[in-house]
Design a protein around this ligand. Structure first.
Ligand SMILES: NC(=O)C1=CN([C@@H]2O[C@H](COP(=O)(O)OP(=O)(O)OC[C@H]3O[C@@H](n4cnc5c(N)ncnc54)[C@H](OP(=O)(O)O)[C@@H]3O)[C@@H](O)[C@H]2O)C=CC1
Ligand SMILES: N[C@@H](CC=O)C(=O)O
Length: 346
């Protein structure tokens, strides 16, 4: 059955997903029987399109690439322009809403309301936006279940590297007592480039131009993004009931070139380390910069790469290393969720 999809947000990730759905359509159908049709795209400034029979994705990508807007998409019978996100959620014929709008680190809105509106309209949500999963996990999980729909968010932690599905599916049955990792691509990229001699400002500008940084990069460099991801991991993987503000947070913005040099001279490397530890029923989490020895496996994780180690009682420590951000990588994270929903799998 063709999976009908509506895209909310047509920025880096939205366009990355559209490119994948366009270029891999035949291979996905032939290899895994997955067929998707994008019926709507709704973006705050770029405009919106809806056609119940599906949109021409390569045309939408080309027009937005050339003009920065969807307005130039040709009018055809049945095409509706101008729906906002809530109209798209409620009135489109999509099976799944893909939420890729910006992460509001204070309120999680309007994405939390997008989720509620979708679930109440009996539509699944797939998202890379961390706000709702981090701030309203229990409530939204309940609303999704009550409405018999799916809620998937693989891309919220480590982009297309399966940091959520791997522990939930492949490591199921283990008791995971600790999670430790590098969960923010932008800061890891900045630290790597500073060690190579770039200034903090130039390294941040590069991370922004490569599509790694949040719309407001303070979310990355002050550790909010990693704090959000740690909350998601604690609650989804360790079944904790932890609130974002209970997690101690420090970013990398106070690190100086002298700090970087000191670490180099002492066979160490600065990393923004995220940690969740479970002792009995108590779960403690924190995010902060640490100068770790070069012998630590996390020290070798460079650029926008992320890494995470799950300390399992049966399988031992299992480490996953991969992209933590990026257009195609995060677009891929959405694809994993869509395929699993289509297959009826977790
Ligand atoms: N980039 C990455 O590597 C990763 C990103 N993420 C998360 O994925 C989400 C998308 O990231 P990214 O694509 O990089 O961000 P962008 O800023 O490139 O894109 C977000 C898009 O959402 C649009 N938007 C904002 N609010 C609304 C709204 N209410 N309704 C419709 N559209 C809206 C913006 O519109 P406009 O600009 O036109 O106003 C923009 O085009 C974010 O939440 C981010 O945290 C997660 C993992 C990795
Ligand atoms: N800004 C984030 C993007 C992915 O979540 C990062 O740099 O890791």
């Amino acid at each position: 059955m063709t999976h009908k999809v509506a895209l909310l947000g047509f920025g880096v990730v939205g366009q990355g997903l559209a490119e994948i759905l366009e270029t891999k359509a035949d291979a996905l159908y032939a290899n895994v029987g997955f067929e998707a049709k994008v019926v709507a795209i709704s973006d705050l400034m770029k405009g919106s399109l809806y056609h119940p029979d599906g949109l021409d994705l390569s045309l939408a990508l080309r027009i937005v690439g050339e003009t920065g807007s969807l307005q130039g998409y040709p009018d055809t019978p049945g095409l509706i322009k101008g729906w906002d996100s809530f109209q798209t959620i409620r009135e489109s014929n999509a099976d799944t809403i893909v939420e890729m709008t910006f992460t509001d680190i204070k309120t999680g809105q309007p994405a939390i309301d997008h989720c509620k509106a979708a679930f109440e309209s009996k539509k699944n949500i797939v998202m890379s936006n961390k706000g709702p999963v981090s701030l309203a996990f229990r409530e939204l999980e309940t609303v999704a279940k009550q409405n018999g729909v799916r809620w998937c968010y693989e891309g919220t932690v480590m982009s297309g590297t399966p940091s959520i599905r791997m522990p939930l599916v492949s490591l199921v049955g283990n008791d995971i007592s600790e999670i430790r990792g590098i969960l923010n691509g932008t800061t890891n990229y900045i630290l790597t480039r500073m060690e190579e001699g770039l200034t903090y400002e130039d390294a941040l500008a590069e991370a922004q131009s490569l599509g790694y940084a949040e719309a407001d990069p303070r979310n990355d460099v002050e550790g909010f993004d990693a704090q959000y991801k740690v909350t998601i991991l604690a609650n989804t993987i360790m079944n904790a009931h932890i609130q974002r503000d209970e997690i101690a947070r420090e970013g990398i913005s106070k690190l100086t070139p002298q700090d970087i040099q000191w670490a180099k001279e002492n066979k160490k490397r600065w990393k923004l380390i995220a940690r969740v530890v479970k002792e009995g029923e108590h779960v403690m989490a924190k995010v902060g910069p640490e100068a770790i020895p070069l012998t630590d496996p996390l020290a070798g994780v460079l650029g926008a790469q992320n890494a995470i180690t799950y300390y399992c009682d049966l399988a031992g420590p299992i480490t996953l290393i991969g992209a933590g951000a990026g257009r195609t990588e995060t677009g891929f994270s959405i694809l994993i969720d869509l395929i699993n929903i289509s297959r009826g799998q977790l």
